[in-house]
Write a protein that binds this ligand. Structure first.
Ligand SMILES: Cc1ncc(COP(=O)(O)O)c(C=O)c1O
Length: 404
């Protein structure tokens, strides 16, 4: 018998993927350059040349069995050492190779983190707006994902709602800063308050509550914004990192879990990841990619285009009278729609070949997301379409803005 729960998921496909498929089909009709596709968070800038050069050099000079063989189950030791050293240099924490587990992207890292600290029926809390793939990531482990409602004033944490929701079943809190979809970076004050609350709640319930810190956008932070290192604030932190966005190589599926050395059983937890891998099949990410990223740990793709795009879009949204918290990083922006139902709003935008994603599935109905990892030239052209869309569909909005 085939399993019904996966069959049921077919009718709840990701709205992001559906819109991206729509954009591709529309592109085949009118030319993809004429479709303003803000659906998918697929990096638009090339991988650093140095990464390519190192790959070519390795392919030309190294033993095929080293490059293409299975890696050890926790990852290649020299790679784990290099990652630990790089984290220590940046954040002043005492990581060693024994605290690092190589995983296939953030998704693979998270799959291990959830299983490390939850049993079926336990709860993981996360904060809206959140990455909708957290639902299948968590729920298919048997744990239950609970969503804390958003603080729409600035998209930092809604502590009142959070404190009311933490209970004895809460084993972990999943955070994502810089955040997909809001683009917001949690402040030092937010992370300090979260850590204080969790220390209190862990004592109250008599068990550890972990922070699982999903950090694929750690390197994409804009001018004047600081992204604090979550692990520096809370001992029981499981960092889940991905090179997908920082190096523009999401197809290579590479990232890692870094267990805070201050966790009571940090090295054991890394060994446990090796056992979890055996069950879920996210084991031994490609050896050649592990070796290549270890050589460019201090490099990123040219991420400056994202800030340029963000400023262009944010200024246009402000000119048109949208409500929007200015992103501090990532390649997402998260404005409020001009009518209550963001799905209707985004549906109308399609007439102007603007592909915007309604945020109902991100836990923030009434908002929409734009993933601006596209060429700046296209962003500029899309803003004309955005102006036309607003002027035609929401003439009152234009009047209101002119009166101000
Ligand atoms: C918040 C967040 N977490 C995890 C992931 C998965 O990242 P990866 O492709 O590295 O598995 C993504 C991808 O877009 C993301 O936005």
């Amino acid at each position: 018998m085939i399993v019904q729960k996966y069959k049921d998921m077919l009718s709840g496909k990701s709205v992001i993927r559906q819109l991206s498929e729509f954009a591709t089909a529309r592109g085949a009709e009118i030319g993809y350059e004429n479709v303003f596709d803000y659906s998918l968070g697929n990096p638009s800038v090339p991988v650093p040349q140095e990464f390519t050069d190192r790959m070519i050099h390795m392919l030309a000079t190294q033993e095929p069995s080293v490059l293409h063989g299975y890696s050890p189950s926790l990852g290649i030791t020299s790679v784990r050492e290099a990652i630990a050293a790089s984290l220590n240099e940046r954040f002043g924490l005492p990581y060693k190779a024994e605290h690092i587990f190589m995983a296939s992207g953030a998704a693979g890292a998270l799959a291990h983190a959830f299983r490390l600290v939850t049993e079926p029926g336990d709860e993981i809390l996360t904060f809206a707006p959140f990455f909708p793939e957290y639902n299948p990531y968590v729920n298919l482990t048997g744990a239950v994902l609970k969503i804390v409602p958003p603080n729409t004033a600035d998209f930092q944490i809604n502590f009142e709602a959070f404190e009311a929701m933490v209970n004895e079943k809460t084993m972990a809190v999943l955070i994502n800063t810089p955040n997909n979809p809001s683009g917001i970076v949690y402040s030092k004050e937010t992370i300090e308050r979260l850590a204080d609350t969790l220390r209190k709640k862990s004592a109250e319930f008599g068990h550890d509550i972990f922070i699982i810190s999903d950090e694929p956008y750690r390197e994409i932070v804009f001018e004047g914004v600081e992204a604090p290192c979550v692990s520096a604030f809370y001992d029981n932190t499981i960092m889940c990192y991905s090179f997908s966005k920082s190096l523009s190589l999401p197809g290579e599926r590479i990232g890692y879990v870094a267990i805070n050395p201050a966790c009571k059983e940090a090295a054991t937890m890394v060994n446990m990841c090796g056992q979890i891998s055996r069950g879920i099949g996210h084991n031994c990410p490609p050896s050649i990619i592990q070796l290549a990223v270890a050589q460019v740990l201090d490099k990123t793709a040219d991420l400056s285009v994202y800030e340029k795009n963000m400023n262009l879009i944010y200024d246009c949204l402000m000119e048109l009278g949208f409500t929007c918290v200015k992103p501090g990083g990532t390649f997402y922006i998260f404005p409020k729609a001009l009518e209550e139902d963001a799905k209707v709003f985004c549906e109308k935008a399609l007439k102007y070949d603007l592909i915007l994603v309604p945020a109902d599935s991100f836990g923030a109905p009434g908002y929409f997301r734009m993933a601006y990892c596209i060429d700046t030239e296209k962003v500029v052209r899309s803003l004309d379409a955005l102006r036309k869309f607003v002027e035609t569909e929401y003439p009152d909005q234009v009047k209101k803005t002119e009166e101000k």
